[in-house]
Design a protein around this ligand. Sequence first.
Ligand code: HEC
Ligand code: HEC
Length: 235
Amino acid sequence: MKVPHWLVLASIVLALAACQTPSKDPVERGRIYFEGLGCAKCHAIGEHGGNWGPNLTFVGVRKSPQWLDLWLKDPHAWRKQTIMPSFHLRDDVRSDLVAFLSAQKGQAWDKGGVRPWNTPQAKAEGGIKRGEILFNKAGCVACHSQGGRGGYPNNNVAGGQIPALIKVAEGYSKPELMAKIRDGAIPIPADPSKPAPMIVMPKWGQVLDNDEIGAVADYLLSLDTAAASADQSGW
Ligand code: HEC
Ligand code: HEC
């Protein structure tokens, strides 16, 4: 049977309209922009995506919407030497991306999968190695830098930087270190009359259990200046 032309045309028009109708959900629109703009070339969510920048599966746990918005406006204004390009995003696109990023609280791993530091293989490698994977993939690295070397900016804190972690073995016992990671910390403003620091140490107890926190604590306690400067293990 021959399909009438008008029917073919009508279906094409309808199909196009369906594609172009933007979703009413900002998180879903943000997801589409994330894919369309090529963010996944550098960033993974779950296991899907590149490794040039931090894994974003937990980004909504560690970064506030206000900071995400500022970062996406101009990454170089926050960190001069960053390799993340400026996308000059429209305000509505940026706001949808922030909604999408803020919604990333680990579900990309936890829905039917397994977190990369909890695979049988990672578990077989033992606490320090597991902790290193966690440090990189859960995104400690996105604030404390590779190997915990520090150097990432924060506003209105003494020294202008998020602390390095290579010397925690000198100041903390393992239980103290675990408590710090579990409960997080809000930095003291260098100047109380200025806006509060935008980057805080998240309360990791919200998303990590004791066993996971113990592993990352073992990793931190194994760091020292020499090992950390040799470490190039990536995100
Ligand atoms: C060329 C690689 C590259 C591309 C493309 C890229 N980024 Fe990034 N991004 C990075 C790097 C590298 C960092 C880490 C900051 C640093 O080291 O200076 C980063 C940091 C971030 C952070 C903060 C990271 C965190 O884990 O706390 C967010 C959020 C982010 N990018 C979102 C995006 C979005 C959204 C896009 C697409 C519009 C994008 N990035 C495209 C490389 C990239
Ligand atoms: C969003 C950024 C951010 C992320 C991600 C982050 N931290 Fe922190 N962390 C901070 C800030 C800021 C401080 C300083 C808090 C203060 O001033 O009291 C800090 C402090 C610490 C300290 C105390 C350091 C000291 O010198 O006393 C430890 C330990 C630590 N973080 C471990 C971790 C671990 C482990 C992870 C990953 C599970 C992690 N952090 C992820 C921002 C972050």
